[in-house]
Design a protein around this ligand. Structure first.
Ligand SMILES: N[C@@H](CCC(=O)N[C@@H](CS)C(=O)NCC(=O)O)C(=O)O
Length: 218
């Protein structure tokens, strides 16, 4: 059975939703192993032997680990084409992958600047600046996703929630954690609520034990 190592609320939610969509469509079950990131469980020797980068997610298939969200989701989508995770038309599929790549290589690392500014600057003032610039840029990325959400029918690439949608949900939650009020992004918020109500997405949310609303007014 495939096994996913995930951190509750982390980016590993993206393959987690993917596995739930596959399970609903094909009956293929998976095991989900929570990794407590705040306790550093991703840095133990056993974990590092599996993923030397010390990060979630990891998908284990036949005892072999696969890392990186884009590779994991691409693998799952090709292995289970009947799950309808992406459009079958090559051009439309490439459009979905283009958005997915942007989320993974741009939006996600922008958030890291807000969450872990010490990874990017050493002095306190410099770190505050990294954080502030990261916040402004992250907000602009969320606005771009809101533009996509306005055209979602009902999801970004059709009727089935995909890993691209799951990433969009993660970013809105993360925005809330750093003070971005989702009420200021109404079309994005409505789309994420619709997505969270889809049974496969709801199942991943329930297993991770996470709340959709993370924003706390000051
Ligand atoms: N490029 C990686 C990013 C993975 C990543 O950033 N994982 C974060 C959670 S969102 C993590 O494991 N952080 C734990 C740590 O930094 O110790 C991927 O696509 O899988």
């Amino acid at each position: 059975m495939m096994k996913l190592y995930y951190g509750p609320g982390a980016c590993s939610f993206v393959p987690h939703v993917t596995l739930e969509v596959i399970k609903a469509a094909t009956g293929e079950d998976f095991e989900a192993q929570a990794v407590k990131l705040h306790k550093g469980e991703q840095k133990t020797p056993e974990y590092l032997a599996m993923n030397p980068l010390g990060l979630v997610p990891v998908l284990v298939e036949d005892g072999k680990p696969l890392t990186q969200i884009v590779a994991i989701c691409d693998y799952l989508e090709r292995r289970f084409p009947q799950a309808g995770l992406l459009p079958t038309d090559p051009w439309l599929r490439a459009q979905a992958m283009s958005t997915f790549a942007w989320m993974n290589n741009t939006v996600h690392p922008t958030f890291t600047h807000i969450y872990r500014p010490a990874n990017f600057a050493s002095g306190e003032a410099a770190q505050a600046d990294v954080r502030q610039v990261g916040l402004d840029v992250f907000r602009s990325h969320l606005e771009r996703i809101q533009g996509m959400a306005q055209k979602a029918a009902p999801f970004l690439f059709g009727d089935t929630p995909s890993f691209v949608d799951a990433y969009a949900l993660v970013f809105l939650r993360w925005g809330g954690l750093v003070g971005i009020d989702p009420a200021g992004l109404p079309a994005y918020k409505a789309y994420v609520e619709r997505l969270a109500a889809a049974p496969a997405v709801a199942a991943a949310i329930a297993r991770e034990g996470i709340a959709l609303e993370t924003y706390k007014p000051k």
